[in-house]
Design a protein around this ligand. Structure first.
Ligand code: SF4
Ligand code: MG
Length: 327
């Protein structure tokens, strides 16, 4: 199949309690009716402000959390039907790289131990075979194997992220969820790490879901880009199409916020105004309406459908489709 991951109407809702009695005061719809396919070998950029649900979506795909409803297929298998035991070999095929290479590495473990963690858990090879594989992985990500016995604090942020990447690669995954992997790094280091990820993708035919709050970060690496706002997808298109012809007012505002001017990008909009509303009880209708310069009456009461307005270009906005969807 060309699709490695298929999400069908996936929801992840959290009840929220408050007050001394811990009464339920509402629901956060962190992931709200997402339909999305990740094609084998592509990089799908997933962009939105922090708190929009993109990390939760990654965790649900990895089955670190169960969805409230909806179906998730990995390599054609419905993850809901996969037993705990059958999940083990599947887990090896899905790995994650975290935002913060400082807190995601155990400070009391040497690099060799960190990178071989998955190999140990999955009982892969003898000790010396694992050591050999760790050295190979270190070279692959640009670390000298001589530093195998050093501890995370002895490395720079960029090097720590390389350690995290080596750890994720150890079990030969097919899918890598990259959750803001360069956001904590110096700007000068970001391109190096992104280029490394691109080289590794080529070499090992990896599929990436690349999560970021920043459209400029995913631009270089992505084949397609999906934009999320308060739990919902609002736009999805091939990279070039998204950056040169952004159609959703939210995407337009995010692009406007990128400091480096890009002559290819439309500049006839105002940028993002106001704060991200609380995901608890978000605005009705189109969640974006309080911040949208084009909001109409219908936007405050009805949810726009996610519609393919051009081939391979999906948008959720009444400006682009008259269609409505009951919530
Ligand atoms: Fe703006 Fe309405 Fe489109 Fe939402 S549906 S983005 S409020 S125009
Ligand atoms: Mg996040």
């Amino acid at each position: 199949a060309t699709d490695l991951v298929v999400l069908e109407d996936v929801k992840k809702y959290y009840p929220v309690t408050g007050g001394v009695l811990r009464r339920e005061i509402g629901t956060v719809k962190a992931v709200d009716r997402i339909d999305l396919k990740v094609r084998r070998g592509e990089t799908l950029g997933l962009v939105g402000e922090s708190g929009c649900g993109k990390s939760t979506l990654g965790r649900v795909i990895l089955k670190l959390e169960d969805p409230t409803s909806g179906k998730i297929f990995f390599d054609g298998q419905n993850l809901a039907n996969v037993s705990r035991k059958a999940m083990r070999p599947l887990r090896r095929k899905m790995q994650i790289i975290f935002q913060d290479p400082y807190s995601s590495l155990n400070p009391r473990q040497a690099v060799g131990r960190i990178i071989s963690e998955g190999l140990v858990i999955h009982n892969a090879g003898s000790f010396s075979e694992r050591q050999e594989r760790v050295r190979y992985l270190m070279e692959l990500v640009g670390l000298r194997p001589e530093v195998i016995d050093r501890y995370p604090h002895e490395f720079s942020g960029g090097q720590r992220q390389r350690i995290g990447i080596a750890r994720a690669l150890a079990l030969q995954p097919e899918l890598m969820i990259c959750d803001e992997p360069v956001s904590a790094l110096d700007v000068s280091i970001r391109a190096q790490v992104i280029n490394l990820l691109m080289d590794l993708q080529q070499e090992f035919h990896l599929t990436y879901l690349f999560v970021s709050h920043d459209l400029s970060v995913v631009r270089h690496i992505s084949d397609r880009v999906a934009v999320m706002y308060l739990g919902r997808l609002v736009e999805l298109a091939d990279k070039k199409e998204l950056y040169t012809n952004p159609l959703h007012p939210y995407t337009q505002a995010l692009l406007e916020a990128i400091p480096i001017p890009d002559p290819e990008v439309k500049k006839d909009f105002k940028g993002l105004v106001g704060d991200l509303p609380s995901p608890l009880n978000p605005p009705p209708g189109c969640h974006f309406h309080p911040r949208c310069p084009y909001a109409m009456d219908v936007c405050r009461v009805k949810v726009p459908a996610f519609v393919e307005v051009h081939p391979r270009h999906h948008v959720r906005c009444f400006l682009l489709s008259g269609q409505t969807q009951d919530n």
